[in-house]
Design a protein around this ligand. Structure first.
Ligand SMILES: Cc1cc2nc3c(=O)[nH]c(=O)nc-3n(C[C@H](O)[C@H](O)[C@H](O)COP(=O)(O)O)c2cc1C
Length: 168
């Protein structure tokens, strides 16, 4: 179960879904469909950042698969995920906390958070390329507003947003 907050944001310690102008909702995700999508090399061959999206909402399966591809548990017995994370800290997920890093100076934790967010960003881009969805990583955004909207604390930082949608 995840809380949908709005649009896909990658935050240091927070990856949140932001459905614009919609109320908070709790959504039970489907299991991932691990059989779908283009083969890996073909995925790389078509990977591109989009500039436009349709207004159509994502289906539950697409949303479920997107989130699993982004940073889902792929080895639950070891609590490990589709995205590698510094010190296996899982600092980036739906909402998490920088304090999950067991060690490191604040500067190092910030750096690890940015790197972990970048890895998840690439998973999102590759999932979209493989499945025909459209996305674009964006660092330019109103971070202050997002921080306020998501009620982030001082140890949580916004790095990227990832609008995801169907082709227009
Ligand atoms: C860290 C990062 C930040 C980015 N920020 C923005 C952004 O703020 N606005 C935007 O339109 N594109 C942004 N992009 C997308 C790049 O412009 C895009 O990846 C680049 O032009 C290469 O195109 P491609 O992704 O299709 O290969 C960002 C990409 C990365 C990796």
């Amino acid at each position: 179960m995840i809380k949908l907050i709005s649009r896909l944001y990658i935050v240091y310690t927070a990856l949140c879904l932001h459905l614009l102008a919609q109320e908070l909702a709790t959504i039970k995700l489907n299991p991932p469909d691990t059989q779908r999508g283009l083969p890996f090399m073909q995925t790389l061959a078509v990977k591109a950042s989009a500039t436009e999206w349709s207004e159509q909402e994502l289906s539950l399966q697409d949303l479920s698969d997107l989130l699993w591809a982004a940073n889902g548990l792929n080895r639950p017995e070891e609590n490990k995920t589709t995205a590698s994370s510094a010190m296996n800290s899982h600092d980036v997920d739906m909402i998490s906390d920088a304090d999950r890093f067991r060690a490191g100076s604040p500067e190092l934790r910030y750096e690890w958070g940015a790197l972990d967010a970048g890895i998840i960003s690439q998973n999102i881009s590759l999932f979209c390329a493989a499945t025909g969805l459209k996305t674009r990583p964006r660092a330019s955004m109103d971070k202050e507003k997002i921080t306020e909207l998501l009620k982030l604390n001082e140890s949580q930082h916004v790095f990227l947003e990832h609008p995801v949608g169907y082709a227009k």
